[in-house]
Design a protein around this ligand. Structure first.
Ligand SMILES: [Zn+2]
Ligand SMILES: [Zn+2]
Length: 159
């Protein structure tokens, strides 16, 4: 496993290890119960809880792997601002951690992940120049958001 730059495969490997741990804990618990249904089974109740925790660890690692895969799939010419926007409405997204919707009522857009805290994957279409002269290349949605939020900046389409 690479420790310098974790990949989705690294996380899936960890998730599989956590799953394996859960299976092994369950096997120990089952063996205890089979051996002596009374005393040993009562001693094994923590194992049930431990196996559940290992399954939750595995699920969290799988989720992280999915998120990393999405970030890795972001092309070089993607906007890359560290939070997502609605491509049509800008800074209007609401996420519950697993799903994201646009607050604009007539907007049909839905995402099956936490788009708000994932780097923006949309293509670059606009250049923002702030009051100090610094420039940022961003997507449609972030251009909308910049027009609303950054005073004194110019936002122009990239031709
Ligand atoms: Zn929208
Ligand atoms: Zn963007």
């Amino acid at each position: 496993m690479s420790t310098t730059r974790p990949t989705p495969a690294d996380l899936r490997e960890l998730a599989a290890a956590a799953d394996d741990l859960a299976t092994r804990i369950e096997a120990v618990q089952a063996a205890l119960r089979a051996e002596d249904p009374g005393a040993r089974s009562r001693a094994g109740f923590r194992l049930h809880e431990a196996a559940g925790q290992a399954r939750r660890v595995s699920a969290a690692l799988e989720d992280t792997a999915g998120e990393l895969a999405r970030i890795a799939a972001t092309p070089d010419l993607a906007c890359g601002i560290e939070w997502g926007v609605c491509p049509q409405h800008g800074n209007t997204l609401v996420s519950d951690g697993d799903r994201t919707v646009c607050k604009v009522e007539e907007c049909p857009r839905r995402w099956g992940y936490d788009r708000v805290s994932t780097p923006c994957p949309e293509p670059v279409t606009h250049r923002i120049t702030d009051t100090t002269g610094a420039t940022y290349d961003v997507c449609d949605g972030h251009a909308i958001s910049a027009r609303q939020r950054i005073t004194g900046a110019t936002v122009e389409p990239i031709t």
